[in-house]
Structures are given as C-alpha cells and as structure tokens.
Ligand binder design. Structure first.
Ligand code: ADP
Length: 345
C-alpha cells in the first residue's frame, strides 16, 4: 500500500497578543503575514506586508487536547494494535506548545496530552481483546548534545547507553530501563517520573530541556491465547518532543549555547533529510546514522510506520519569523510518500 509517509498537522497556540496568522476556512491551510522592510522600494525603508500561504493535512486552531489527540494520534495508536509502528513528533520553536501537546498540562484531566491519552487508549483497547495476551512496556529517552540519558533511571550515565543495530537493521537502545507496565496508572506514574527527572536534569545537571529531544517509546506485543490463531504482533510507538527549532544568533551566543544550537540544527536537518530520503525511490542511502535522534527512530520512520508531524506555532506577531520557518519545514514534510505493510513476528 502506498501512503503519505508523514501526516502533517499544524497546531497554533492561543495568542494573547496580535496574531498575523489567518486560518483558511477549509481547516487545511494558513496564511502568514510578515512585515518586511524592503529597501529600494518606493516609500523606501517602510515595512511592506508579505503574505505566505501553506497547506497541511489539518490545521488546529483553538483546539482542545481531545481534538488534537483525535486529529494526530488516535489512528496511529489503532495502527499499533494492528502491528504498525508509529511515530508522533512535535516540532517548533520553544514556547510554541510542543510539551503541552505531547505531555499536556497538569491542572486538569482535560489538559492531558498525547502520551497519557495514547496510554489510556491502548490499555482500553487491549482489555477488550479476550483472545489476545498483551505485553506493554515503556522507555523514556532524552537526547542532549548527542548524548543519551535515561529519564526512567537518572543513575545511568550516558556512556552506559548505546544504540545497537542488528544485521537486519533492527535498532535497540541498550542500557536503557525498559519497564513492563500492567496498567494505565502504572504507565502514567512512569511518565511523570520521567518528566520529573527531566526537570531534575535541567536544574542539577544544567541540561536545558527545551534544548533536548525526548522520546517516550511504548512497545506493544499481542499474542494469541487459547485456540485463537493468528500471528504475534509487535509494534512500537515513538512519541517525540523535539528540541526547540529556533535559530540561535551566532553573534549573541557562545560556548554551551552555541554547541547546543549546533547539535539541534544538525539533528533537525538530518531528520528532514531522512524523511525526504524515505520518500525518494531513487535514493539508496538514508542517513539514519548521522544523528542519534534519527538512528534511535530508524525502525519508527518510513516503511512499516505511520508518522505524524505536529508543527506547533506560536501565533503572536512577534514570533512571525519562527512561525514561517516552522510552516516551511512542515510544508516540505508534506510531499513524502512511502510503501507500508504490517509487522508480523
Ligand atoms: P514548548 O514545549 O514548545 O517549549 P510548552 O508546551 O512548554 O512549549 O508551552 C509554553 C507555554 O504555553 C506553557 O505554559 C503551556 O502550558 C502553554 N501552552 C502551550 N500551548 C497551549 C495551548 N494549546 N493551550 C493552552 N496553553 C498552552
């Protein structure tokens, strides 16, 4: 089956200030107005408005967390129950709402993001399958400056974690805690533990969380029980909160900040090359190994997977340059197609 490799959904964070994003009535596009000073024009030096239009699979403005889950993750989770790997990634500048989209707010049940909802959805579905025995496990990895950190066990040092690739191209991350979870509550407790550890890393170890990628991986194994025939299905869901995509001014930053920015730019640009490479039939080399992020995600992108990119934008007028840059990235991801088939062991 040939399918679009990446489903691209734009989500705009509510804005308190003036917004220069207009949502097109079909809910599939936006137009962004940029005020630019164009030298040499009549009225020289005066800002002129330029209007850019973008089309996506879906555009979510003022959407609830539940609507966002339905529009981005629900199908991917259903796919996992049928043996398809899946990836959902949040991309955008710091402050655009990536973590809010992926993990959600803590104040109320309604604010739960994609990860808690995906866990609830999975446990509810497997409970309703009396002829299948399910084993669900989770891992929580953080990638900061190309080093790997275990968010479920902060005593593990980065040098103890490594990426292993088998001769068949199956990638596993060794040294990372894999927790088998028997219930939604147990899985949620681990998610919160990981989030707390991310904050501890930020304060005690000087790791700025907006400068790191985090990947919450859910592995689902479904075995037939009793007389029920059929195959054992194994699928992986990678739920990825990417590092902030904003460009850091080289003139204003130095040392650690510049090094972080270099790693982020490189890994996001390799992610783009990998996704574009997957959609290009004439390309024999997809550079998965060129960054830790794409190497870890190797079995979760392309081929046997469903991938959703949530492009998070911050609609304030002051953020227009970054909004345009996120829209352009997301637009490039729209054009990729690939072949898909289910995972059977
Ligand atoms: P990022 O992860 O992209 O840096 P956050 O998810 O931390 O951004 O969001 C920045 C702030 O904006 C947080 O306080 C978050 O709660 C709030 N926020 C983001 N998106 C929304 C939204 N859709 N609705 C309400 N608040 C939001």
């Amino acid at each position: 089956m040939v399918s679009s490799a990446v489903r691209v959904v734009l989500r705009a964070r509510p804005s308190e200030a003036a917004s220069l994003i207009n949502f097109l009535p079909d809910k599939k596009g936006v137009s962004v107005v940029q005020q630019k000073v164009i030298e040499g024009r009549p009225g020289g030096g005066q800002p002129a408005a330029q209007n850019y239009q973008f089309k996506f699979d879906n555009v979510l403005a003022l959407a609830s967390q539940e609507e966002v889950y339905e529009a981005t993750a629900a199908d991917v989770v259903r796919g996992a129950l049928e043996g398809f790997n899946g990836t959902i990634m949040c991309y955008g500048q710091t402050g655009a709402g990536k973590t809010y989209t992926m993990s959600g707010g803590k104040q109320s049940f309604k604010q739960r993001g994609i990860i808690p909802r995906a866990l609830g959805h999975l446990f509810a579905e497997v409970k309703a399958m009396p002829d299948r025995e399910a084993r669900i496990s989770v891992q929580y990895l953080e990638i900061y400056n190309e080093a790997l950190y275990d968010l479920l066990d902060i005593t593990t040092q980065p040098h103890e974690i490594s990426i292993y690739e088998s001769s068949k191209g199956q990638v596993t991350v060794s040294g990372l805690r894999t927790a088998v979870v028997a219930s939604e509550a147990e899985a949620l407790a681990l998610l919160f533990e990981g989030e707390t550890n991310r904050v501890i890393g930020e304060h005690q170890l000087n790791r700025e969380s907006s400068r790191s990628h985090s990947i919450f991986t859910i592995t689902l194994e479904l075995k037939p029980v009793g007389d029920a025939g059929g195959d054992v299905l194994v699928s992986k869901l990678a739920l990825v909160d990417l590092a902030g995509s904003e460009r850091v001014s080289k003139t204003k930053s130095e040392g650690l900040v510049l090094r972080e920015a270099g790693h982020i730019n490189k890994s996001l640009s390799i992610l783009e090359q990998v996704i574009l490479g997957l959609g290009d039939k004439n390309r024999d080399h997809v550079p998965f190994r060129s960054s830790k992020l794409t190497h870890v995600l190797k079995n979760s992108l392309g081929g046997n997977c469903r991938t959703v990119l949530v492009a998070n934008v911050w609609s304030d007028a002051a953020q227009t340059d970054e909004t345009l840059s996120t829209c352009r990235f997301a637009q490039r991801m729209m054009r990729v197609t690939c072949e898909v088939s289910a995972n059977v062991v």
